[in-house]
Design a protein. Structure first.
Length: 135
């Protein structure tokens, strides 16, 4: 797993629109992580709140540790530009830039079901998912 992708995913800041801006300025997410700064974020027309959020989050995220944490928990990370990223998911208006998953990923599924949720699940949300996908 790429530690810089894991770091960006942990920020929960990158949207498809922001990804385009970041890649246009920096070329790749590793370079962006190492070099992103206030001036560039202002040029990208990010709001003060957005800039403050990213810069604060970035202070507390160490890419290698984020990657290791995922490995310990058996979590894999998929990036929207990966070849295995679900093509049908790319068709929605705002596809997630990153997908976390556990287990083996097979890109030849005939039928697909994705449960997409929040990092802070409610008791009701947890119950519904357990009913839909018990395992």
């Amino acid at each position: 797993m790429n530690s810089y992708l894991a770091a960006w995913a942990a920020t929960d800041w990158i949207t498809p629109i922001r990804l385009k801006k970041v890649l246009k300025v920096y070329g790749d997410l590793k370079t962006a992580w190492k070099n992103i700064c206030l001036q560039d974020l202002i040029k990208m027309k990010e709001t003060e709140k957005s800039i403050q959020k990213l810069l604060e989050l970035k202070k507390n995220i160490i890419p290698e540790k984020e990657c290791e944490k995922n490995k310990i928990h058996g979590i894999s990370l998929m990036y929207i530009h990966d070849g295995i990223y679900p093509s049908k998911l790319k068709e929605i208006s705002s596809p997630p830039v990153f997908l976390y998953y556990q287990g083996e990923w097979k890109d030849d599924f005939d039928i697909s079901l994705a449960v997409i949720g929040t990092r802070r699940v409610s008791a009701y949300g947890k119950q519904v998912v357990e009913n839909l996908v018990p395992q």
